[in-house]
Design a protein around this ligand. Structure first.
Ligand code: GDP
Length: 298
């Protein structure tokens, strides 16, 4: 398995004579190790390259303090920069725009990424933490099982779902959800769109239409955090075509090293708002940049 980056860096620095400040050569040697660690954590090459460049500029010339080794010092600089990039505008993390009822939230993503589960988890959170009345609607007209799945989850967490009417198009269902949310006084209505195995035009056109009908306050992309670079490409695609307001990374309870999170943030510029940590309805947390930074560094 991976050798711990801190140990690797200490090894590198043991060979260097201690000077008053980190020289450019010291930093370069250390950052070669950092780059390898980033790539092993599945950070994409251009993102790793840019990241290392930014850290080189920050680290060169820094005075070496007595209490830590130069290796530890570089690790600290790298850690802080990782948190900085992952965090972006921290006010975005763990928050959803749900004022002005009824607030529509559009859930998008590929099939199997965890969209339906995350819709229900967020509905539960909005209800229990924020006292919101939530209505959930499944727009997956291709998979009746997905519609039933949302209904069952709704019953489990005590959140209403829009009654299923066979034969309606996703646009019809979106209109009905909007109307029902206004009439019955819901604070939030969540639209769980259909996923596909890969991105295709029909899927995107469908989501675009639903977006135009409802003007969602949030368009959240749900992606499997274990799929690494694929998750980043999915995000680029969805953001380019329909525009997303944030990302939920699922399966962060798995043993992925979190590099996708860094690439995601760096490439799309969109905040990671929540992470999924299991199948249960409570297994959803605000994104914690420091934990992911720790995981990337190993
Ligand atoms: P959808 O097709 O995108 O709607 O995906 P689903 O919500 O049906 O989820 C697919 C599978 O992934 C289900 O078995 C979920 O229980 C599981 N799942 C969803 N989120 C997580 C997560 O954060 N961690 C784990 N371990 N499993 C998850």
């Amino acid at each position: 398995m991976f050798e711990n980056l801190s140990d690797r860096l200490s090894g590198v620095f043991d060979k260097l004579t201690k000077q008053g400040a980190l020289s450019e050569d010291d930093v370069k040697t250390a950052l070669r190790e950092v780059r390898v660690a980033l790539l092993e954590a599945d950070v994409s090459l251009p993102v790793a390259r840019d990241f290392v460049k930014a850290v080189t500029e920050k680290a060169t010339g820094q005075a070496v303090t007595k209490s830590v080794t130069p290796g530890q010092q570089v690790v600290k600089i790298v850690h802080d920069e990782l948190v900085h990039v992952l965090q972006g505008d921290e006010t975005d993390i763990g928050t959803l725009k749900v004022d002005n009822p009824p607030a529509p939230i559009l859930m998008v993503g590929l099939q199997g990424g965890g969209k339906t589960t995350t819709t229900a988890k967020l509905a539960k959170r909005l209800k229990e933490k924020h006292g919101k009345r939530v209505l959930m609607a499944s727009l997956d007209v291709y998979r009746p099982a997905a519609m039933d799945q949302l209904k069952v989850l709704g019953e489990q967490i005590g959140v209403d779902t829009l009654p299923i009417v066979p034969g309606q198009s996703p646009a019809d269902i979106a209109k009905r959800a909007k109307q029902q949310a206004s009439m019955a006084g819901y604070d939030v209505y969540m639209l769980d769109t259909a996923g596909r195995l890969s991105i295709d035009d029909t899927l995107m056109a469908e989501v675009e239409e639903v977006k135009a009908i409802t003007s969602p306050r949030e368009t959240l992309l749900v992606v499997d955090g274990l799929t690494g670079q694929d998750a980043v490409h999915t995000a680029e695609n969805f953001d380019g075509r329909i525009g997303i307001s944030g990302v939920v990374l699922t399966r962060m309870d798995g043993d992925g090293r979190g590099g996708a999170a860094l690439s995601m943030r760096a490439v799309t510029g969109k905040p990671i708002k929540f992470v999924g940590l299991g199948e249960k309805m409570d297994a959803l947390e605000e994104f914690h940049p420091d934990r992911v930074a720790g995981r990337i560094l190993g």
